[in-house]
Design a binder for this molecule. Sequence first.
Ligand SMILES: Nc1nc2c(ncn2[C@@H]2O[C@H](COP(=O)(O)OP(=O)(O)OP(=O)(O)O)[C@@H](O)[C@H]2O)c(=O)[nH]1
Ligand SMILES: [Mg+2]
Length: 416
Amino acid sequence: MGETTQAPPPSTAEAGPSTGTAAEGSKKQPVVIICIGMAGSGKTTFMQRLNSHLHSRNTPPYILNLDPAVSHMPYSANIDIRDTVDYKEVMKQYNLGPNGGILTALNLFTTKFDQVLGYVEKRAEDVEYILVDTPGQIEIFTWSASGAIITDAIASSLPTVVAYVVDTPRTTAPATFMSNMLYACSILYKTRLPFIIVFNKTDIQPHDFAIDWMKDFEAYQAALNDSGRNEHGESSYMNSLMSSMCLVLEEFYNNLRAVGVSAMTGEGMRGFFEAVEEARQEYERDYKPELDRLASERAAKTEADKKAQLERLMKDMNVSDQSAGGSSRRRGGGGGGDNPFGPYPMNEREDRYYDEEGADDIDEEEQDAIRRQEEEEEEAAHAEELGALDVDEPEIGGMPRSGPNGSRGEAWPRPV
Ligand SMILES: Nc1nc2c(ncn2[C@@H]2O[C@H](COP(=O)(O)OP(=O)(O)OP(=O)(O)O)[C@@H](O)[C@H]2O)c(=O)[nH]1
Ligand SMILES: [Mg+2]
């Protein structure tokens, strides 16, 4: 069944295990394929088909199951949400219905998704494809915060593609086709990821009609006209709405690729993997640079925040660059180069009491204390020259002459 195909270039297979030299950029990252689709569209069966197809090519994928409610899985997943949360237990404990239980289970799982991503990233060296199955109720994944968090987390780490699985036999009516396309459109614009529409179950219903409708507005219009007239031959309100929407969606159709497959028989796998390869290139071309731009914007903002905080701190301490350079201080030395607080050593911060401008504000007593302090310091400096500071000096009045780091601030209480 799984037809032999060399969809992705053979270089990937070669580059995989053989290149241990980590030549930058030579090893392709694996592509993550997230399968999304309406309930019963065949996501899980499609996952199984991809799995067996990739095994037949000797490139087994890494599989994540995010559907907590699946009862039978035809493949074994490397990471399975059911191993972490039991959605039935969640239903009981939180008093929820089935959909609420599934959503809450997914939310709980999302809180640990950084760990999951860690595992995925570790295995990214050894695999070419990472497959992700999503819950049956599409809105649980596509319209929930956790779905968005998971998708964004994966997509910011690895090339990611959305495979939107459509139940082709159930889309033959123009109205259902249109609602499926609208849904696909909303997912595309929400995730902004490269998108592949996978018309599944082509063993029952070939998908050519859908491709015609997507490419040719008039073909869709004709189908609408055939299907939706009332007994008087008038077009219904629904039909006019559909035909307007079809026009709107033209732009959307241009932005995606559509393939037909049968998850049951394996038909169309080659076309699908070709589309995946194209989508990967689109990710590298459009999505990645945008992602990098956002990341560098974030980094620049963090840097600017840090700088602003530092400036605020300096302002609070009244050590702006201008005052440091311009004021006439008694001691201008002190090598401000590496000192984030300005050109004076930190233990001379009290020097601002000596500022001529500020001196008037200090009372006599305070000035005396400062003078005494200064004398002590000059003595110490002199002693240092003579190497006298190597000797343990007795404490004066219970106060050590200097603090553990030689800091005057610690050695002397601030004058009151
Ligand atoms: N004939 C045919 N049947 C298919 C195909 N793919 C899936 N099915 C059938 O469609 C039904 C639903 O398939 P699933 O794979 O469970 O669909 P799903 O989207 O995972 O379903 P939920 O997770 O419950 O939403 C099953 O009975 C499958 O056997 C296909 O390509 N051809
Ligand atoms: Mg399923």
